[in-house]
Design a protein around this ligand. Sequence first.
Ligand SMILES: [Zn+2]
Length: 362
Amino acid sequence: MLYIYIMENFINKKKKITKNLSNVSKNFYKKYKDNLVNRNCFICNNKTSTILHKSHTFYNTVQCEKCLSQRIDPIFNEETLTIFYEDKDCAFSDSNNYYKEITKLLINKFDEKKYYDEIKNDIKFNHYFKKMQKVVNYIKKYPENTFNILEVGCSYGLTLIILNKLLENIDKKVNIYGIDLNSEANFILNNKFSNITIIPSCPLNKLKEKVDIKFNLIMAFELIEHLFNFQEFIKDINELLTKKGIFYFSCPNGQSIPMSDSCDNNLSFMQHSLSPPMHINEFNPRNVTLFSYINNFNVISIETKGKLDLDLIIHSKLDKNSKLNNWKDLFLSLEPKQKDTLQDIINHNLISSTMEVFIEKQ
Ligand SMILES: [Zn+2]
């Protein structure tokens, strides 16, 4: 079956991707070291910072002296970051291909429930369904009959096609838009559904030139930690939303247990809130609240609802001085039921590694 084939490929190549990424990054730094630029705090724009960690010859992990947010500094300028993400040898191109295949499958089999059920029950994909179900619940409660929604960084449209599936029996006109820097983003989905528009090669600050529309909800998943200019981004989000419009996003939680110490090296970059040149901004519940306030948003909810925090630490090779060693010993000694309870406590206290946030434009 095509789906099984894709999944097997996915798992095998994912291992390769993780291994390759650190080498790719190192070589990239050497090649483009003249394109590194310093920057102010991405949350409060303060200039002064303290060096926390000299992680690499070319960059530091620094902490803003005013709001305490952590970031990578210096970072590559925007043009160079684009070269990194578009590089065909970059490990991302492999990763993109699986999402492309899954998206193709779901579009071609849109009327067949079984493919959606299969992917819905897969641990790597079920979070898309959970997120889109939240969006659908929001749309259902919305009083007007027309609803405009945008995903920033939609890739080939996997999330949007899942959303469209979940909207099948909803009696509202929902116009779905997606933008992505990828020049082929609309390649698979375009014209297949009259209510979905994907605009390729489109950063957020160019969207106004292409469509004159305000959105009731904008979403961006695992995106903001990558952004060169977050302050400009959040201003653009505010401008594109209707009054009381929602910005729904997810990102790593830098204040989580797995990210609280140097359990690097053996974890994939996805498990680090700061992992340059990809992850350059560290978010946590505290600075999310702060940037919301600065940019005229009300916080509706901040949740960290991971499932794998204990396993992440159990399976990582920690530095012998890491304070996480004590945690690891504790986690290893627990029964499955105790582990579940501890994970619940971690989630409840907002120290799990994945963070989901709803904020509302004032
Ligand atoms: Zn700051």
